[in-house]
Design a protein around this ligand. Structure first.
Ligand code: NAG
Length: 240
């Protein structure tokens, strides 16, 4: 089931890039308690304003030679946020406080970035999509203890249908038997949506057994064939 969801997600990504179009996006938005200013390309964040750290962040690795929005990028994001809050106030008055549309996340998936190898550093990903308004809060546990370090979350990325996607990541080192969870909170949810990830023994041994069994059976059949061939060859020589 987990695998199927992952494949669906991947095929969705592929279909976007297969049509040969790129999508460049810039989003600036706000609510009373939250603000976002982000530039994206093809579903990835190129840069965003971190209003907690008070700086503009370029999350991509250096080898992609990332774009830079210049010196005043953070300051202009702050200015935009103020304008947005101002506009929001005016709009709310003008439209007489319309009821807020609320869509709970339609899907939450948890999976690892890399194939699991015990003791090898990896990243757990909690992929949350289909919600409105942004944002969601994502919290992590390891063996039922709250995890406070090593996690991060993307800024909300708009989907084509007007809902949002957010991805939270947790650095972890898989150890057999450890149980992780990500819990998602959203305005439209009365209780958190929780997904569990268990580090299982099957993670590493499964792919190993299949090929070696096939190889063993194949080798045995081959040797039987050679033996039979030799037998008939010798038999044939005896007769003539
Ligand atoms: C997310 O966390 C913040 C800070 O703890 C809190 O103010 C906010 O209400 C939370 N949002 C949701 C949807 O639970």
């Amino acid at each position: 089931m987990k695998m199927k969801e992952l494949l669906l997600f991947l095929s969705c990504v592929l279909s976007v890039s297969a049509d040969g179009q790129h999508s460049d996006i810039s989003i600036a938005g706000c609510s009373d308690s939250y603000g976002e200013h982000m530039y994206g390309l093809d579903g990835e964040e190129v840069g965003y304003a971190d209003f907690n750290k008070k700086e503009f962040i370029y999350p991509q690795p250096p080898f992609i030679d990332p774009l830079n929005y210049g010196e005043g990028a953070y300051e202009s994001a702050v200015a935009n946020l103020q304008i947005c809050r101002q506009n929001l106030k005016v709009d709310l008055q003008a439209y007489k406080n319309p009821p807020l549309q609320r869509d709970a996340p339609s899907a939450v998936m948890i999976y690892t970035r890399d194939e699991v190898e015990f003791g090898e550093k990896n990243t757990l990903i909690c992929h949350v999509t289909g919600f409105y308004p942004a944002p969601v809060n994502v919290s992590w546990t390891k063996n039922e203890q709250k995890v406070t370090q090593g996690s991060s979350i993307n800024t909300p990325y708009p989907n084509k249908d007007g809902t949002f996607t957010q991805i939270s990541r947790l650095q972890f080192t898989p150890q057999l038997g450890d149980v992780y969870s990500c819990a998602v909170q959203h305005l439209a949810l009365t209780q958190a949506l929780t997904k569990i990830y268990e580090v299982e023994a099957s993670a590493r041994s499964d792919p190993g057994v299949g090929p070696s069994v096939f190889c063993g059976v194949g080798l045995t059949l081959g040797l039987v064939g050679v033996a039979a061939g030799t037998f008939f060859l010798v038999k044939g020589n005896e007769c003539s």
